[in-house]
Ligand binder design. Structure first.
Ligand code: ZN
Length: 160
């Protein structure tokens, strides 16, 4: 079966940056399962997988525009420490979820200087070229329920 819209696809993948450093990998764990054509994956990866079948292997490099986006300086904010009351001790690398006009975003603390905290709402992989090595493990039809929910149930997907 070929990968096309509404198919449930299981993949093993390794993601590297421009320097060849492994950023993420499914190796040694369950394959990642997703529904093609529902925005579950970054656009560049979905596009590269379209038409592939179980057993296919591919290497694909994805520019930021088709990955996690360009770094947006408007998503970088400096706020006084007291604005984050209840979060405990604020340290670099901490993450917070916050409601924005574009929906819920994850903000990462990128600096703490004196009483001021810098929060960055960009994806940690924004502005990065992404180099994926992918092996297609399985392609199957989605169930009606999976299509209604917009995500995969069972191995590699949601359990509920
Ligand atoms: Zn569900």
């Amino acid at each position: 079966m070929q990968i096309a819209a509404d198919k449930v696809v299981s993949i093993h993948y390794t993601l590297k940056d421009d320097a060849g450093t492994v950023l993420d990998s499914s190796a040694g764990g369950e394959p990642l399962a997703y529904i093609q054509g529902h925005g579950n994956l970054i656009p560049g990866l979905e596009r590269a997988l379209e038409g592939k079948s179980g057993g296919d292997k591919l290497d694909v490099s994805i520019a930021p525009e088709d990955g996690y986006g360009k770094h947006d300086t408007e998503l970088v904010q400096r706020v006084p420490r007291r604005a984050l009351q209840g979060a405990g001790e604020i340290r670099k690398g901490m993450q917070f979820q916050a409601q924005t006009p574009q929906g819920v975003r994850v903000f990462t603390v990128t600096a703490v200087v004196g009483d001021m905290v810098t929060l960055d709402g960009n994806h940690p992989l924004a502005d990065q070229n992404l180099h994926f090595s992918v092996e297609v493990v399985d392609v199957r039809e989605a169930t009606t329920e999976e299509l209604e929910h917009g995500h995969v149930h069972g191995p590699g997907g949601h359990h509920h």
